[in-house]
Design a protein around this ligand. Structure first.
Ligand code: HAM
Length: 429
């Protein structure tokens, strides 16, 4: 048997109705905040992620799906391509390539689509997963560096989760400062780690030498009490970074968005500067991040573009749906408004014509088959629709149809011209 590859999933009804509900709700919220949709390719040059996300990160060093591709069918020359592990680098590449900064305006862009990471699959962690994300980016003259942008994005996320009906989320917030602040902090950490790192895990010993800040990502239980004693990044921030963060917090307080500060939240991608955040949910288990994001004031320049500070986030759509499923027990089964049962194969064509007529009036119609016995039609219809319409020779000639409503068991004679109105009535009548 051929199965879907490890870490991938089929999304089936009725769950797909929940995916569509989530996407429709977020589109409404994005609209209210004046975001516009962007669609970038699912694969990009490998170099984009190496430079944007960072060679040293887990994503780039071990999780990417990368291959050599020939630029032309017969050519010897190859280029390295990668299935996107995230979408921020692609959006910023597109911003640079299409000179969106030349408009002088803030670009507020959102995306919904699949991402790929070769991670060890578990609940809430897949190799193909879907992100709903947004980025606010533009020249500094458009206000892209303002702390109000950070606060607005966070306030939008709180609204969005509430709108989706997700309860019990928690916003964790930190500032990782400017590139210079981080370099300073790395040195402070390196010194502090000298004294303790020999009793830490091998990964931390390596990180202490290469990129000390990554020690804060360590999940090994025995290392946690040691990490808790390390200096915090807040003490290494310069005046401008501190002031920016203070203004973000003040705006969140004013908007009554609850948050907690987490000094260890440095995030696993190298492009972040200043504000970083995650929204977590206790119901998700080990993979508890519903979404993550932050500021990336130097990313455009890292990719060879103009100065274009930005801030954004990506939500794990799989994790949003998991949370909703856990909250609602199960997605409700969506039933068709009616099932048309033609009595005999000679009535199939007339049944299709009736289905077309009703569908054009906005009804959800399931079409049976004239080869079914009436008993079988009843059984199938009862599972898929709220009502069943019987279409025999007599009904066709007279224009009066018999409709059975399953919830009440009542059969009603309805003229064809009044059928659409009848079918929109609640099925309990
Ligand atoms: P990230 O934290 O790597 O950030 O991913 C964002 C979210 O995607 C996570 O919080 C999680 O919900 C979901 N996610 C990540 N990996 C998986 C996986 N293997 N399976 C299921 N869900 C997953 C980014 O990707 C940044 N681009 C976010 C961003 C946008 N920062 C600024 N702008």
């Amino acid at each position: 048997m051929i199965k879907s590859p490890r870490g991938t999933r089929d999304l089936l009804p009725p769950d797909t109705a929940l995916w569509n509900f989530v996407e429709a709700a977020v589109r409404d919220v994005f609209r209210a905040y004046n975001f516009h949709e962007i669609r970038t390719p699912i694969f990009e040059s490998t170099e984009l992620f190496a430079r944007g996300v960072g060679e040293e990160t887990d994503i780039v060093s071990k999780e990417m799906y990368t291959w050599e591709d020939r630029a032309r069918a017969q050519s010897e020359k190859t280029q390295s391509l990668t299935l996107r592990p995230e979408n921020t680098a692609g959006v910023v590449r597109s911003y640079i390539e299409h000179q969106l900064g030349e408009t002088g305006q803030l670009q507020k862009l959102f995306y919904i689509g699949p991402q790929f990471r070769r991670e060890r699959p578990q609940k809430g962690r897949y190799r193909q997963f879907s992100q709903i994300g947004a980025e606010v980016i533009g020249p500094p003259s458009a206000g892209s560096e303002s702390p109000l942008r950070d606060a607005e994005v966070l306030e939008m996320l709180a609204t969005l989760l509430n709108e989706l009906g997700i309860t019990g989320w928690k916003l964790e917030l930190n500032s990782v400062g400017s590139a210079a602040d981080r370099a300073r902090y790395n040195e402070v950490l390196r010194t502090a780690l000298d004294a303790v790192v020999s009793s830490m895990c091998v990964d931390c010993q390596r990180r202490a030498a290469t990129n000390p800040i990554r020690v804060l990502d360590c999940k090994v239980p025995a290392d946690q009490p040691i990490i808790d004693t390390l200096p915090v990044i807040a003490d290494s921030l310069n005046e401008a970074s501190r002031a920016h963060f203070a203004q973000v917090l003040a705006a969140l307080d004013a908007a009554a968005v609850p948050y907690t500060r987490n000094h260890r939240l440095v995030r696993g991608l190298d492009y972040y500067t200043r504000t970083t955040f995650e929204f977590t949910h206790g119901g998700l288990g080990a993979q508890n991040a519903l979404l993550g994001g932050g500021r990336y004031d130097g990313l455009s320049e890292m990719l060879g573009g103009p100065r274009a500070p930005g801030i954004g986030f990506a939500m794990g759509e799989d994790r949003l749906v998991l949370t909703l499923l856990a909250q609602e027990a199960a997605a409700p089964q969506v039933l068709a408004d009616a099932y048309i049962a033609p009595l005999g194969e000679s009535l199939n064509a007339a049944a299709l014509s009736l289905a077309r007529e009703l569908r054009s009036q906005g009804l959800r119609i399931e079409l049976g088959d004239g080869s079914f016995r009436l008993k079988k039609s009843f059984e199938v219809a009862d599972k898929t629709a709220r009502r069943m319409i019987i279409l025999g020779e007599d009904e066709l000639q007279s224009g009066i149809l018999t409709v059975k409503t399953f919830a009440t068991g009542i059969q009603t004679k309805v003229p064809r011209t009044e059928l659409a109105v009848f079918l929109t009535k609640p099925a309990s009548e």
